[in-house]
Design a protein around this ligand. Structure first.
Ligand SMILES: [Zn+2]
Length: 238
């Protein structure tokens, strides 16, 4: 975290948010649920050390609608500025599969997986768990080269309408470089759905990648009709 703060200052960011994982499904050996109390202590240490940087707190809840009690426990530890809701997994053929496993799971057709993923995302939004930001909306495209958002326009528009009804923030995730997640067409649908705000997430599991591709993401979001909003919200708004 300290190295990420150093990087943020080096590239001129006014603020940074750490949204570590609260994963309750364990499909990868490295998956974990953040220790929120320890995390908040680490944020305080960074705030004391980097006084010129605003450091926002947060968490990324994985499939919170499957785990309401675990979610309640995580969020009960302390106040967080940014709570992200994300879907990584769907239940398919009697197992829980993360989209990242698609390439190694030839038995599962991405054409079957992706619609289920979007159905799960809608269920998460309508499940009412207390998150504010919808993370990496079309996450499976990282693992399926033939993905085209227009093939799923109806489902995506349904998700975006539900997110707008809840007044969620749509994250533009830049972790795959030029392949923004979601891309311009979908952010335009978000604007058309009445979506009010967009945030940027570099999903930087590495300090060197903090805010990577944010310039490209800013230009895209602006082209879709959003403008930067003043701190402390950190979002772009319509
Ligand atoms: Zn995620």
């Amino acid at each position: 975290m300290e190295r990420s703060c150093e990087q943020a200052l080096a590239i001129g960011l006014p603020a940074i948010a750490f949204t570590d994982h609260a994963d309750f499904v364990k499909v990868h050996p490295g998956q974990y649920c953040v220790d929120i109390a320890g995390y908040l202590e680490a944020v305080e240490r960074c705030r004391a050390k980097f006084k010129n940087l605003r450091i926002h707190t947060g968490v990324e809840l994985g499939e919170p609608h499957w785990f309401p009690e675990e979610t309640r426990q995580v969020l009960g530890v302390g106040k967080l500025d940014h709570v992200l809701g994300s879907v990584h997994c769907v239940r398919i053929s009697h197992r829980v599969l993360d989209a990242s496993q698609l390439a190694h799971t030839p038995a599962v057709d991405p054409r079957e997986f992706v619609p289920r993923y979007f159905t799960e995302t809608l269920a998460m939004i309508e499940g009412g768990q207390p998150f504010q930001t919808l993370a990496h909306l079309d996450y499976p495209k990282r693992y399926w080269r033939e993905y085209r958002e227009q093939d799923f326009e109806e489902q995506l528009r349904g998700i975006l309408a539900a997110a707008a009804r809840r007044d969620l923030v749509l994250e533009v995730n830049t972790t795959r470089g030029k392949m923004l997640c979601p891309s311009l067409a979908v952010v335009r649908w978000w604007h058309q759905a009445g979506g009010k705000a967009v945030s940027f997430g570099s999903d930087a599991h590495d300090p060197a990648k903090v805010a990577a591709e944010f310039e490209q993401a800013s230009a895209m979001v602006e082209a879709a009709g959003f403008k930067p909003a003043a701190e402390p919200t950190a979002f772009w708004r319509r």
